[in-house]
Design a protein around this ligand. Sequence first.
Ligand code: AMP
Ligand code: ZN
Ligand code: FE
Ligand code: FE
Length: 274
Amino acid sequence: MFKADLHCHTTCSDGSLTPRALIDLAKSIGLSALSITDHDTIDAYPIALPYAKEMGLLLGTGIEFSCLLDKASVHILGYDFDLGLEAIPDHCAKHRLRRHARNKIILGKLRRLRMAIPENELEELEASGITVGRPHIAQLMVKYGYVASAAVAFQLYLGDKKPAYDPGEGFTVEETIEVIHAAKGKAFLAHPHFYEKQAFIRKLLEMPFDGIECYYGRCLPEQEKPWLEIAAKKGWLVSGGSDFHGEAKPNVELGSSWVIEELFRKIFTRLISS
Ligand code: AMP
Ligand code: ZN
Ligand code: FE
Ligand code: FE
């Protein structure tokens, strides 16, 4: 059976598997296709593209961009963009600068909470080129003995609106969709199931998305149904994926959510590996 998992992360952002190891795992569990959607980076692709081809796995281009609406975090998936255009790498470079400034602000807040982490810890991670964010700070808080686990770090300090949280400077939903369109890609609202406030969801659904991630992680069919109805009403494409992060999110398995071949082919018209 054709299964395509269209949402997963690698060591290029906050996942624990390298792009090659992720592709090996996808093959071993019988997936036919994948889109790697690292946070604010497409660095997996130069490695993943030839390796997926070698392994006989279909690979469509993907990214998960962070942005802000009313100071709350929103994730937007970009799919099927042209890797040869500059719009996506240009925006990724802006995200690196934004994240560097924001990570420093979060470390400052932690310092004032008597949980100092040396800045060079983050700088070393940033220098390696990966997307560095709250999950890495959570791991450092564990390393320095301030919390027992990354989950507790989020729960008490780093989660949205918690004392060490800071949204930092952000990009808007509209400009993020524009970047994806400039690269000839399709913009999808990621995991809409997370949002609780109706007015916020209404605002999001007014944005010029091409699709919506209806199948997600370990959601139940009844949680996915309302979003499938919205996609049908709006004529939007439907995507789905696990949001696999490896050990960083041990309860979510690769392939726990996926789309059928028909949906995959509607999204990906410029397959980079076949
Ligand atoms: P950032 O992009 O730096 O704002 O970090 C957001 C990322 O942190 C998300 O994409 C998740 O992978 C992770 N995350 C968010 N909330 C939690 C949580 N409560 N527990 C563990 N990880 C989380
Ligand atoms: Zn993540
Ligand atoms: Fe996300
Ligand atoms: Fe994700």
